[in-house]
Design a protein around this ligand. Structure first.
Ligand code: CTP
Ligand code: MG
Length: 235
């Protein structure tokens, strides 16, 4: 069995506040001394089971720091085929991968957001081990701990939503290459890869992760991610 990582990194990070066109896209913001995207790529390249790491950039991206990324070694490959949405970027990446040497439709693809810099090799290995041979694939996720409220537009509680059985989906999410491409063609407007697989009637495996694998979405997430990385020290 062969495993590849696919990292969509063609977003602009509008919720980080960079809408003025001058600010850096979120994945390139400085974090613990490196551009944010470097951290997830370094973890994926350092995972022995992963044969290659494909990163999907926007075609017009001028921020990719090619010289720094060379130090991550020969597993890393750059695809400049990002799209309008995350799903379009992943789909474009899967198509481009198919024409690269050393990738086939039966291979596993671990899709991971560039905006989750605190991923560890141990979590990647746990995902691979727990999904095993299950063709429905799987994803890292965290059981919901807080009580959940549904609110109205004015900010008042409509109801309490039972949290039993609810999980927050993270990445990586791993599926066989051909199946994920078919699923995204069938359901192109999903916000994560597992949702596309679910529309085919399959049930991906939920693999328990922890909150340290957070997605940097809002400005304050950046400081939290920085503290997590710094407490860990160099790998
Ligand atoms: N992404 C992508 N192509 C897009 C949109 C998003 O490759 N058209 C990537 C982002 O670069 C990120 C991941 O998908 O690594 C998760 O998306 P998100 O956290 O929503 O990032 P952005 O879309 O950049 O942020 P925002 O939604 O706040 O604009
Ligand atoms: Mg987005």
């Amino acid at each position: 069995m062969r495993y590849h990582a696919l990292v969509p990194a063609a977003g602009s990070g509008s919720r980080m506040g960079g809408q003025d066109g001058a600010a850096l896209p979120k994945q390139y913001l400085p974090l613990a001394g490196r551009p944010m995207i470097w951290h997830a790529l370094a973890t994926l390249c350092a995972t022995p089971a992963i044969a290659s790491v494909f990163v999907v950039l926007a075609p017009e991206d001028i921020h990719w720091p090619a010289p720094m990324m060379e130090s991550l070694g020969p597993k890393l490959r750059v695809l400049r085929c990002g799209g309008e949405t995350r799903a379009a970027s992943v789909t474009g990446g899967l198509r481009a991968m198919a024409s690269e040497p050393g990738a086939s439709g039966d291979d596993w693809v671990l899709v991971h957001d560039a905006a989750r810099p605190c991923l560890t090799v141990a979590l990647v290995e746990k995902l691979i081990a727990e999904v095993g041979n299950d063709d429905a694939g799987g994803l890292l996720a965290v059981p919901v701990a807080d009580t959940l409220k549904r609110g109205d537009e004015r900010g008042y509680v409509l109801q309490t939503v039972p949290r039993e059985g609810l999980w927050q989906a993270q990445t990586p999410q791993m599926f066989r290459h051909r199946l994920l491409l078919d699923a995204l063609d069938f359901a192109p407007s999903v916000t994560d890869d597992a949702s596309a697989i679910e529309t085919l009637g399959l049930s991906p495996r939920l693999v328990a992760a922890d909150a340290s694998n957070l997605k940097v979405t809002w400005p304050r997430d950046l400081q939290l991610a920085e503290r997590i990385l710094q407490n860990r020290g160099p790998e």
